[in-house]
Design a protein around this ligand. Sequence first.
Ligand code: ATP
Length: 594
Amino acid sequence: MSGIRTIAILIGTAWRAAPATLVWAVVAATVSAVASATFPVGFHSMVDGALDHRSGEVVVGVVVVALLFSVATTVGTLSVTGNWTLTDRLNRFVSERIALLVSTAPRLEHFERQDLLSEIDQLRGDRRTLAAAPRQLLRAWQVVIRSGAIMVLLATVYPPVMLMPLFGLIPALADRRAARVQARTSDDLAPVQRLIGDLFTLATTAGTAKELRTYGVTGALAARHAALTEDARRRDVRGAIRSAAWEALGWTGYAVAFVAAIIVLVLRAAHGHTSPGQVVMAISLMRRAQSQVAGASDTAGSLATALRTARRLRWLEGYVAEETRAPATARVPDRLRAGIRLEGVGFHYPEKTDDVLHDLTVDLPAGATIAVVGENGAGKTTLAKLLTGMYRPTAGRILIDGIDLAALSPDEWRARTTAVFQDFLRPSLVAREAVGIGDLPRADDEEAVRTALTAAGGDGLAARLPEGLATPLGRWFTGGEQLSGGQWQRIALARGLMRSEPLLTVLDEPTASLDPAAEAELFGRFAELSRSGRRAGGVTLLVSHRFSTVRTADLIIVLDGGRITEVGDHETLLAQGGGYAQLFTLQARAYETG
Ligand SMILES: Nc1ncnc2c1ncn2[C@@H]1O[C@H](COP(=O)(O)OP(=O)(O)OP(=O)(O)O)[C@@H](O)[C@H]1O
């Protein structure tokens, strides 16, 4: 039912978007259906008139056929443009809706879980079938009209043959079965198709080209792509054969009924119960009934796919609504007084059982700058993702001035945080926007953008760009400016500085392309902003492997295998002589000797 509701919503959308086009489409479909079903009436008069030498009857027959046939084809052809206009508008509506839903889901679970990814992939792939649903409904409406008209006319010849269109149900049902077989095959193939798509993107994208060539893995990738494609093709063909077998079975059943009806009519004509003209008309009508059946089963198949897609869209709406319906039993505080507290926080990624964070308990005081250090895979980025609300802890709580983060609206919390991640965006926008989207309401505020760029150490960058802040960036623009890794990082950092009073600032190794001195200077600037109190008691969290930067933080958290092993400032941790002290000494010695 939920699918039918979605299609009703689509029709409502078509009505709002183009009422005149919708009315015209319905009227044209009705007129052309009636005319195309009834023109064989003329055959009756033509044949019987010719056999009985009644020329007037022949002329009437010819005029009826010519008139109805022309109306059917002309109106039918003219209605096609309107139908496509409708489909186009709905396609845009559906595509925009899907993009909006996927990108506004507040958390990232749907990008991790295979089952959710499959649903979203299928929805993306089949969205056109959904947009075509009102067009398919019009076709179904035409099938009903034509079949009704054909049955009435057949009843005038010999009532039992009016049942002929009903035999069309046999192939229609078989076709539905075939469509289900195909749908199951494509559902089964979705994960492998995704993998094939990933490999193709990997092999054809500029960003990966350097590494692929360096390691000489292009051949191996191509072989893997070919093997997966071949496997998918085989499974696809198997599905197609099974579905074709169902179709063939259905049509054989229909053919038997069709031939039986012709034999009955010819025998009745031979015994003088039916005129030859009626037999010709009846055969023509039954032939048309057959094409109605073919149309009906096509339409039924397309509508079944559209309904499935509609159900997926409803599922996505429900999923996003569920995700967005945060209890929001509390408001995000204007400023932090105590700070952020992690209380027994544990976490495992969706569909994984192993915890990547274990029982983290620590206070991040208001206004403090905190560095998180640890080996690769220790859980630093995961911690940053939990603090920014991208994921919810699977154990324990994160308290914002004593308020559970789970009780806050994710959007409201995110509006008061800012973050720069390792894999930051390189948006194809003009420079001003690439920075400005860090605080959308001020995206065009040139002054704010310049201030953020300066704070990120990128003031020289704007001066070097040929059109200053109006310079388009990235390879997707014709003539777009190609920036170096370090320059993109300055843009990303400036973006992270656009929000004026964030309660949380996360810098997750966004400075890998900068030298240690530049990184330390930058972090110092962030720390200064926090301490100066301009940042509403906000906490700044830096993830870095460089101890020269880390040492300046108010508090250092050492993570090892997802557990906190040491907490304290640089002096305290050095004095403790633990893992931090050892790593610091090693890195300092490497700098001295290097
Ligand atoms: N999206 C994900 N799905 C499943 N597991 C993940 C995901 N992201 C990270 N992990 C796992 O979680 C663990 C912690 O990863 P995380 O990225 O938090 O480490 P990190 O300390 O930031 O590492 P690095 O210093 O290399 O950036 C790793 O074992 C990693 O394999």
